[in-house]
Design a protein around this ligand. Structure first.
Ligand code: NAD
Length: 337
């Protein structure tokens, strides 16, 4: 293909195991001849005054310009005078929805064979607004912010996703019986949007009941949409249903069609630099990035190669009970390609 067909995408290798698993993605993309040119950006070693964080302004500009990117895990340095890296990305790029597909991997046995659900997490407000203070000694307060605008936006995304991905049902997860005002408003917005999608079944499930149902029979769910904190917890629960953090991808959707894909897991300092990390989660995140770019052929090929490698069982990393290194596992995927 000619140079004009090449798509530029931002790549943040990130911290800890990030560079090792990012290298896997680069290698797999080269082997599959994916027409992507990476613009690599590392987290800086000092605070950039323009972002008030260790993320450089240039790296944010790169995502804004390319509208698409892949992000490794980032460990926020401890100390005063800067914002968390992930929070900075969410705020600066207005990444309002976090989409986490979760499906059973054929050939990798867990308690369930039939998990196939999508969690969609509101990503900008709720308990993550960062508004906490001390009222008096011994009493602190945290503000949970729910707005009509952000709730409608994420609900709209969830129903649109369900419709365009052939899904049948959207479940709004809440605790509106206790959080009447906040979760109540979230539900009201979901109901409003649901009316515009009569072909999609809409239901509301209280979060505690949802946890019980997920653990008992995850096949009961299809697409789940929820406020920030519930989404954080439920999506990790769902990762556990299919074999853990080494496997689960996600994609952040931002204003104006930005898509920044990332693995759900963190920088795994305990295994960083040891060639032990499972690159599957970041690889499947890169597959969701390709789907966002409508490069479905490449996405299918890479996804099949990953799933076949895992199913075959010959090369698996330690988190899946195997003995393969990151590089051996990656090479096995490339051989499948
Ligand atoms: P973690 O996800 O890094 O690790 C939890 C456990 O899972 C560890 O035992 C780790 O070895 C294992 N693990 C995670 N990913 C794996 C993979 N790909 N292959 C094999 N094993 C894997 O969570 P943590 O230890 O709580 O956090 C470490 C750092 O990561 C912290 O600084 C945290 O702030 C950061 N973090 C970043 C993100 C992000 O960038 N999105 C998300 C979560 C945590």
């Amino acid at each position: 293909s000619s140079a004009t067909d090449t798509i530029r995408a931002t790549l943040f290798p990130g911290d800890g195991i990030g560079p090792e698993i990012a290298e896997s993605v680069k290698q797999v993309f080269r082997t599959a001849e994916v027409p992507i040119e990476w613009e690599e950006h590392y987290v800086g070693d000092q605070v950039d005054p323009r972002t008030q964080s260790f993320l450089t302004w240039e790296s944010l500009e790169s995502v804004r310009r390319n509208r698409v990117g892949l992000k490794g895990p980032m460990a926020t340095p401890i100390g005063k005078g800067h914002r968390s890296l992930n929070l900075t990305l969410r705020k600066e790029l207005n990444l309002y929805a976090n989409v986490r597909p979760c499906y059973s991997l054929p050939g990798y046995k867990t308690r369930y064979d039939d998990v196939n659900l999508i969690t969609i997490r509101e990503n900008t407000e709720g308990e993550y607004s960062g508004l906490e203070h001390q009222v008096v000694r011994g009493v602190v307060e945290s503000l949970k912010i729910i707005t009509r605008q952000a709730s409608l936006r994420v609900a709209e995304y969830a129903f649109h996703y369900a419709k365009t991905h052939g899904r049948e049902r959207v479940s709004a997860i809440h605790k509106a019986n206790i959080m009447q005002k906040t979760d109540g408003l979230f539900l009201k917005c979901c109901r409003e949007v649901a009316e515009k999608y009569p072909e999609i079944t809409y239901e509301e499930v209280v979060i505690d009941n949802c946890c019980m149902m997920l653990v008992k029979n995850p096949a009961l769910f299809d697409v789940l949409v929820m406020p920030n904190l519930y989404g954080d917890i439920i999506s990790d629960l769902c990762a556990g249903l299919i074999g853990g953090l080494g496997l689960t991808p996600s994609c952040n959707i931002g204003e104006g069609g930005i898509a920044l894909a990332e693995a759900v897991h963190g920088s795994a300092p305990d295994i960083a630099g040891k060639n032990m990390a499972n690159p599957t989660a970041l690889l499947l995140s890169s597959v969701s990035m390709l789907r966002h770019l409508n490069l479905h052929d490449k996405a299918d090929r890479i996804q099949d190669a990953i799933l076949n490698t895992i199913a075959e069982g010959k090369y698996r990393t330690a988190d899946l009970g195997g003995t393969s290194t990151t590089t051996d596992f990656t090479k096995a995927i490339c051989d499948h390609l």
